[in-house]
Design a protein around this ligand. Structure first.
Ligand code: ASP
Ligand code: MG
Length: 467
């Protein structure tokens, strides 16, 4: 059971989480917890001030973090010997934090190891508090240190979890906890390198921790508790009719996460997927809701009454680059050079389309665009269109729908919305296209209305339209 920052952001939220965990006690859950909502951001801010040697600001942030945790303890726990011990443990972590930030000030730079240790503080604090709170609810629980088993290595800046080592160490280390306690609490996000240096799994990494541990320990199910009712048919801030999906496949969830849906860390899916473990997305403010379960494959009965398009995602701040060169006709090396330049500049490519003499690529808007364009100009004429949005529609039942792309093109054309680039493969469960930023609300509304709300697939697989 993974609880995100929003699920543990204050006293009431933690009380709700306590209740949810207690109710699931007999399933012997391993609880993975994030830092209290907003804490990781504050730690990042503290590191930035420390680098600039602004001690006053650093101290102010650390004091604020300390006060928030101590206030929480006051509100959640009554005076007892255990509470005194907890406060001491919190104090020790904060002293370490002060030392680490002091070191950052002294060297006027963010060392990777020190920064990772600083960022780990949020989860070290939240896990101790949640564990203590569970004990007061009469749940037998203990806190296990994730740095004993979430082992990673760095490939350049990229963090790669060592899944075999994690499996070995998590099983060995946690067995004692599982034998002795109903509930084991551990920290999300925090990791350690093979050499024992502090590491993290990257922003929002707690989902990843849950998935890695679920796979390593061969869990029944991985529950991701956050503040939404599951994975929705569209962004509810645009479409008020958006509804949670009962179930979806791993492939659908990957596409959605990759193309902008904000529910899951994309890499989260991977370890669970490979081990066939279902992932359930739930709302800790409304635990009675069923949430969305993500499974390896559609069961034959699932999705029968669903529309072909299950969900619509979008990603803003996209630049469309088109490189035009007759050399593209002559040599595959041109493509190699283009992608090498993008790779060297750390640009993630979202959708690509190629013709004889042109290649169009979508990347995120960036401040270093000028450098990139200078690089790419060596390969041909570069045309840049910033402020675009990638829209993706996703659904397993789209595989055999060869008419969907023209339906979408016609639908948007009639609404006066122009599409810049469209990509769909044969037998593909997602369709991606690029539009202007200004058209996003209109587009998502229209697609949701026509393709999600008004369409259901009958049992015979025919598409029907509701009016
Ligand atoms: N606390 C970390 C973050 O804010 C990890 C997480 O919440 O998943 O990025
Ligand atoms: Mg978070």
């Amino acid at each position: 059971m993974k609880f995100g920052g929003s699920s543990v952001k204050n006293t009431a939220a933690i009380q709700r989480v306590g209740k949810i965990i207690k109710q699931n006690g007999e399933r012997k859950p391993l609880v993975v917890v994030s830092a209290l909502g907003g804490i990781t951001d504050q730690l990042i801010e503290a590191l930035e001030y420390a680098e600039k040697q602004n001690s006053a600001k650093v101290e102010e942030i650390v004091n604020r973090i300390e006060k928030r945790h101590l206030n929480l303890i006051e509100a959640l726990l009554s005076e007892s010997e255990n509470t005194v011990k907890l406060k001491e443990a919190i104090h020790t972590e904060l002293e370490k934090l002060r030392i680490l930030l002091g070191a950052t000030e002294a060297i006027r730079a963010q060392s990777k190891r020190i920064s990772n240790a600083v960022l780990s503080t949020g989860e070290l604090l939240s896990s101790k508090i949640l564990n203590a709170y569970l004990n007061t609810l009469g749940v037998t629980s203990e806190c296990a240190d994730a740095r004993k088993f979430i082992v990673v290595s760095y490939h350049g800046d990229e963090v790669v979890p060592q899944q075999k080592t994690i499996k070995k160490q998590a099983n060995a280390y946690l067995q004692r906890y599982f034998d002795q306690y109903d509930v084991t609490v551990t920290q999300g996000f925090i990791a350690v390198t093979q050499q024992g240096a502090p590491a993290t799994l990257g922003r929002d990494g707690s989902d990843y921790t849950a998935s890695l541990l679920g796979a390593a320990l061969d869990c029944e199910e991985i529950q991701i508790w956050s503040d939404v009712d599951g994975i929705l048919t569209a962004d509810p801030s645009i479409v008020s009719e958006a509804k949670p999906l009962e179930s979806m496949t791993f492939d659908e969830a990957c596409e959605l996460a990759y193309f902008g849906a904000r529910v899951l860390h994309p890499a989260t899916i991977q370890p669970a997927l490979e081990n066939g473990i279902p992932v359930r997305v739930l709302n800790s403010s409304r635990p009675q809701e069923k949430g969305t379960v993500i499974v390896a494959e559609n069961s034959p009965s699932a999705g029968q009454r669903a529309s072909r398009v299950k969900s619509i995602a979008y990603k803003e701040n996209i630049t469309l680059l088109t490189i035009e060169s007759s050399n593209l006709l002559l040599s595959p090396r041109v493509m190699e050079q283009i992608f090498m330049s993008l790779y060297r500049m750390g640009k993630k490519v979202y959708a690509v389309s190629k013709s004889a003499t042109k290649v169009s690529i979508t990347i995120e808007n960036g401040t270093d665009q000028d450098n990139l364009i200078r690089e790419l100009s060596k390969q041909g004429r570069v045309h840049v269109e910033p402020n675009k949005v990638i829209v993706t529609v996703v659904g397993e039942d789209m595989r055999s729908s060869h008419d969907l792309s023209w339906q979408i093109i016609r639908m948007l054309d009639q609404a006066g919305i122009s599409i810049e680039l469209i990509s769909q493969f044969a037998d593909q469960i997602s369709l991606t296209f690029i539009i202007d930023e200004t058209d996003i609300e209109k587009t998502v509304h229209l697609l949701h209305k026509r393709l999600v709300e008004k369409e259901v697939t009958t049992e015979a697989g025919n598409v029907q339209y509701w009016q």
